[in-house]
Structures are given as structure tokens and as C-alpha cells.
Ligand binder design. Structure first.
Ligand SMILES: *Cc1c(COP(=O)(O)O)cnc(C)c1O
Length: 402
């Protein structure tokens, strides 16, 4: 089947058909799950990733595998990109990109509020490798401009940022980076998803996803991806994929591909459900504040409208009562909403994130930056990944514990 016009298809068509084809041997309609770790070349071929001669087929699954390749093609189409590389987890993808692109002596600027795994990796590991790291509030353009140095090679955004749902203006940061000769702008778009934002079309150089979240969507497979230009990914792959070795399991690629097929429809449902829940919480007398980019009350709602075509299913809220006691009632009483970490699943997930604990363990923000964080989070907030259940059932369950 000729799929050369995949980039002209609509989003739902891409999510289903991009990267997939009818298997010529079996005529199977669904993608083949190829678990083989090694492949039998039909001609004499190289044995090192450095020297593959001109053999184009698969040799070893750490280098390439047909099922994973299909998922990569689908993800690239979904982001409007040339290429995508899959990894064993979102963290494996982030590590591959950071370690593969940055050298000792380089400087990284990164959102000071972001996914805790990323925050801990850049604070605890990169400095050991001689990479200087400056965490900063990337929603403030002047602040970002003020910390750019001649050695700044990468600006890493996460928007909306975990767990406070603070946005960063991708287009404005890209413009700043270009003006100041910063080589890479990376966007961790896990919370926004390609249904909301396509950072590469806004000028970013790389997009990172945890496929464990919305794209897989069902809470049963970990995976990650780096998406960008073919030339950049080819340059990255030998070291960051083949030699670091954090490759995705073909089985997980197959599960994530199945999840990805319904991704655009699920995102419509996530947005609609989250909007209903956010409005319910906003008027609830036991709730202090709600942060959802789709609410007019979100401090960056205008940017959200400009940058997000879908407001996604992530929100956070503060309760009037101390969060810890509310959290323990949730653990005891909830039947539908799971009190659990992670996000982007069809089922709803909620977790209490106390500010001081997060500051001590992970963000370690200085006075000013901590004040910026507390402006959203106060002493702590609930991160709520709103699933695609009926909103009235979720609201009833919340009401019973608040
Ligand atoms: C979960 C997550 C990651 C890490 O992904 P894993 O698949 O858990 O390794 C990175 N960034 C964001 C924003 C995430 O939510």
C-alpha cells in the first residue's frame, strides 16, 4: 500500500494508519509483533553499528526491529516530524537526548519545575559529567534570557509543567534561543501531547514523550520517544540508542501502537472530562484553587488558547483542609479514581504532592524560585490525571471525600 502521503492525512487517520502496512507474508491486517532479537541478513553484512556496509535490513534488535520501526514512523507522523526514535521509558529517552547531545563544558537551561525524574537526573547526574545546569522558571522570558551563556547548548522546556500546570511559550523561547545562538530547544510534551501542541512546527528542535502516558494510554506499557529531524536523530542514534542501549521492547511497541490508534479520540474525551471536573472543583467550597489550562482562571489561559489545541486531561488543585488528611480519605474511600502516580491513562489517577517534600527531595529551589512555585502550589497540591470515565461519576467520588 502506498503510504507516501501520510503527512496529508488527518490526525485520526495518521494515528491509525501511519507506520502500519499489510504484512506481505501473512497478509495480516494488524501490525506484526516481531520479538526476534536477531535477524538473518540475506547477504554478507557488517557486524558493528559503526560499519553496517550498505545492508539496509535489520541485524540486531538493539539497532533496529520492525515492530519498533513501525511505532517510530507513526509517532513521527503524529508530531509532523521527519523521524522518531523509541526508548524503554520516557526517562531513557530523556537520558539519551541529554547525554547524547551535551558535552563536558556545555550549559543546559531547564524548567525549574518539571517531571521529578528529569529534575533529579539533571541536578544529580549531569554535573558529574561536567555539564552545567541552570534550572529556571521558563515561563518568564526575561529570566531565561538573563541566564543564557556563550556555552548554553540546550534549553529544555516542559509545558504544561508537572505538577503545577505552568506553561512556557515555545515560540518565544525558540526565538530567544535563535537570537542568542543556543543550538537546541527541547520540549517534553508528555502533558500536552501532539493533540494539543506540535512543538517542532513552532520551531523546537526535539520533542520528548513518555509513551507510558497519553500515547500508550492504558497504563500497561512503558516507553519513551525522541522526535525531530532525521539528520539530528541519525547523529544521535549510534551512541544514544545502540550504545546506551535503552531500547524499547517490541511487545511494548506493539501495545503502544494499539493505544496510539485511539489517541486522538481519547484526547477529546480527556479534555471534555477534565473540563467538567475542573469546573466542578472550581465552584466547590472545600477547594482553594484549581489549575487547568482550559479554565479562564488559569493565569496563562491566553497562552494556553494560543499554544494548545486540546487542553489535555491534567489538572491540579489545592484543598482548604490539609492535603494529607484528604489524601488518606481518598486511599480509603475511592473506588474509581486510583490513588497512584503516573498519568495519561484511560482510568483516573490522583496523587498528593506536598511542597516541602518536593523541595527537599528534588527541586531544591532558591528563595525566589520557591516563591514562584508556592504561588501555584502553596503547601501542596493534588495532581489529578482525569481519565475518560463519565465526569459525573468522578465528581461524585471527589465530592464524597472533600
Ligand atoms: C512520566 C514522565 C516522564 C518519564 O517517563 P517514564 O516513561 O516514566 O520514564 C518524563 N516527563 C514527563 C512530563 C512525564 O510525565
Amino acid at each position: 500500500m502506498n503510504k507516501s502521503n501520510a503527512n496529508k492525512w488527518g490526525e485520526r487517520t495518521k494515528a491509525i494508519h501511519a507506520g502500519e502496512f499489510i504484512d506481505p507474508a501473512s497478509r495480516a491486517s494488524s501490525p506484526n509483533l516481531v520479538m526476534s532479537s536477531t535477524f538473518c541478513p540475506d547477504q554478507v553484512a557488517g557486524f558493528s553499528a559503526h560499519n553496517r556496509s550498505d545492508y539496509q535490513g535489520h541485524i540486531y534488535a538493539r539497532v533496529s526491529n520492525p515492530t519498533i520501526k513501525q511505532l517510530g514512523t507513526k509517532l513521527a507522523a503524529m508530531e509532523g516530524a521527519e523521524a522518531a526514535q523509541c526508548y524503554a521509558s520516557g526517562m531513557a529517552a530523556s537520558h539519551a537526548l541529554l547525554a547524547g547531545r551535551l558535552n563536558a563544558g556545555d550549559h543546559l537551561i531547564i524548567s525549574d519545575t518539571n517531571y521529578v525524574g528529569t529534575a533529579e537526573l539533571v541536578r544529580d547526574s549531569l554535573p558529574r559529567w561536567g555539564i552545567k545546569v541552570t534550572p529556571v522558571d521558563t515561563s518568564d522570558l526575561d529570566l531565561v534570557a538573563s541566564v543564557i551563556e556563550p556555552s548554553t547548548k540546550m534549553i529544555w522546556l516542559e509545558t504544561p509543567a508537572n505538577p503545577i500546570m505552568r506553561l512556557s511559550d515555545i515560540e518565544a523561547i525558540v526565538k530567544l534561543a535563535r537570537d542568542k545562538n543556543v543550538r537546541d530547544v527541547v520540549v517534553d510534551s508528555t502533558f500536552a501531547t501532539p493533540a494539543a501542541t506540535k512543538p517542532l512546527t513552532l520551531g523546537a528542535d526535539f520533542v520528548v514523550h513518555s509513551l507510558t502516558k497519553y500515547i500508550g494510554g492504558h497504563g500497561d506499557a512503558m516507553g519513551g520517544a525522541v522526535i525531530g529531524r532525521k539528520q539530528d536523530l541519525d547523529a544521535l542514534n549510534l551512541e544514544a540508542t545502540v550504545h546506551y542501549g535503552g531500547v524499547l521492547s517490541p511487545f511494548n511497541a506493539w501495545l503502544i501502537m494499539r493505544g496510539a490508534a485511539t489517541f486522538p479520540l481519547r484526547m477529546q474525551a480527556h479534555e471534555a472530562t477534565a473540563m467538567r471536573v475542573a469546573k466542578f472543583l472550581e465552584q466547590h467550597k472545600k477547594i482553594k484553587s484549581v489549575y487547568y489550562p482550559g479554565l479562564v482562571s488559569h493565569p496563562q489561559h491566553d497562552l494556553a488558547k494560543r499554544q494548545m489545541k486540546n487542553f489535555s486531561g491534567m489538572l491540579s488543585f489545592r484543598t482548604c483542609e490539609t492535603g494529607e488528611s484528604v489524601a488518606s480519605r481518598m486511599i480509603q474511600k475511592f473506588q474509581l479514581i486510583h490513588y497512584a502516580v503516573s498519568l495519561g491513562h484511560h482510568r483516573s489517577l490522583i496523587y498528593w504532592i506536598p511542597t516541602q517534600m518536593l523541595m527537599n527531595s528534588t527541586y531544591r529551589l532558591s528563595h525566589d524560585a520557591e516563591q514562584r512555585y508556592r504561588r501555584f502550589a502553596g503547601d501542596g497540591l493534588f495532581r489529578f490525571s482525569v481519565g475518560i470515565e463519565n465526569p459525573e461519576d468522578l465528581c461524585a467520588e471527589l465530592d464524597a471525600v472533600l
